[in-house]
Design a protein around this ligand. Structure first.
Ligand SMILES: NC(=O)c1ccc[n+]([C@@H]2O[C@H](COP(=O)([O-])OP(=O)(O)OC[C@H]3O[C@@H](n4cnc5c(N)ncnc54)[C@H](OP(=O)(O)O)[C@@H]3O)[C@@H](O)[C@H]2O)c1
Length: 278
């Protein structure tokens, strides 16, 4: 099959249908609202039905013309997910994988089940969702947008499970892209730094001081800034979207001068270091 390395998919278009996992909260909800504003119909996916209904209603309030539906399912449950998508009647143009959880703490204080939970949802949840939707995406020559993190490009204090899952997601996305782009499916990766969301509100109650200092090398982005930059990146067909100028500088520094970036991180962490045995 013929394909161009520089093949670019046309941007988002009114009338397309998007499925957004994690669409009931945070970035998934903010992206869904923006897609609805652009005239796309959106199906939100998350576990909690009441929260999904509230999220769908909030989009309909903001965008009265919005066509919004939702599916309550756990992305970690591959069988339930496949059954849920089997009952979906619409075509599918865009899959956004934003469902995710976080566990933060000293490695010695985290359990093996913390690692399984984070891998099952953040990594396998994305694999499962792509598997369940790929035939439809291929039919429409659609696109997949995986929401990873800067924590998928580097190490972050306190994020041993989260970094492992997000690094897995970044590698999976890079490999999958080579397979799917010749088949007409665009694969995009979004790596945000920290932004304001319910996930981070929870994290702020319990996070280690080292994690707080390390992650806040760059100030948190507001969710509206993050979502606007993410939609712009998706729309323009970028393969890697890193929202926020400061975050892009950090990611570039980590790639070009890793020893300097690591030295800065170590200095910030050592200024507040407590460790697990305090
Ligand atoms: N916030 C940040 O600073 C930050 C930075 C970089 C990357 N990210 C990534 O961005 C994405 C969104 O984060 P956020 O901060 O917007 O999180 P959030 O507000 O906590 O939203 C997470 C969403 O995922 C859903 N979800 C969680 N587990 C699920 C499961 N097993 N099956 C289906 N849905 C599930 C949640 O709904 P239910 O609980 O009802 O299922 C919720 O809708 C995540 O992948 C996160 O790792 C976040």
């Amino acid at each position: 099959m013929k394909f161009s390395l520089f093949n670019r998919t046309a941007g988002l278009r009114a009338g397309q249908h998007a499925v957004v996992t994690g669409g009931s909260s945070g970035l998934g909800l903010a992206l869904s609202r923006r897609l609805a504003t652009r005239g796309l119909s959106v199906t939100l996916v998350a576990r909690d039905k009441a929260r999904l209904a509230t999220a769908a209603a909030s989009i309909s309030d903001a965008v009265p013309s919005a066509v919004i539906d939702y599916i309550a399912v756990d992305v970690a449950d591959s069988e339930a997910l496949a059954a849920a998508f089997d009952s979906l009647t619409q075509d599918l143009d865009i899959l956004v994988n934003s469902a995710g959880i976080i566990r933060e703490g000293y490695f010695e204080g985290l359990s093996t089940s913390d690692f399984h939970d984070v891998m099952d949802i953040n990594f396998f949840g994305t694999v499962n969702t792509i598997r369940a939707t790929l035939p439809r995406l291929k039919q429409r020559r659609g696109r997949i947008v995986n929401i990873a993190s800067v924590a998928g490009l580097t190490g972050v204090f306190g994020y041993t499970p989260y970094c492992a899952a997000k690094h897995a997601l970044v590698g999976f996305t890079a490999a999958l892209r080579f397979e799917l782009e010749p088949q007409g499916v665009r694969v995009q990766l979004v790596c945000p730094g920290e932004f304001e969301s319910p996930m981070v509100e929870d994290l702020d109650r319990t996070r280690t001081p080292e994690n707080r200092r390390h992650t806040l090398t760059i100030p948190k982005l507001r969710i509206d800034q993050l979502a606007d930059a993410t939609v712009a990146g998706i729309d323009s067909g970028q393969r890697l979207v890193v929202p926020g100028a400061q975050t892009r500088v950090l990611v570039t520094a980590q790639r070009l001068v890793p020893s300097v970036a690591n030295a800065i991180a170590q200095q910030r962490i050592s200024a507040v270091y407590q460790g697990p045995d305090r």
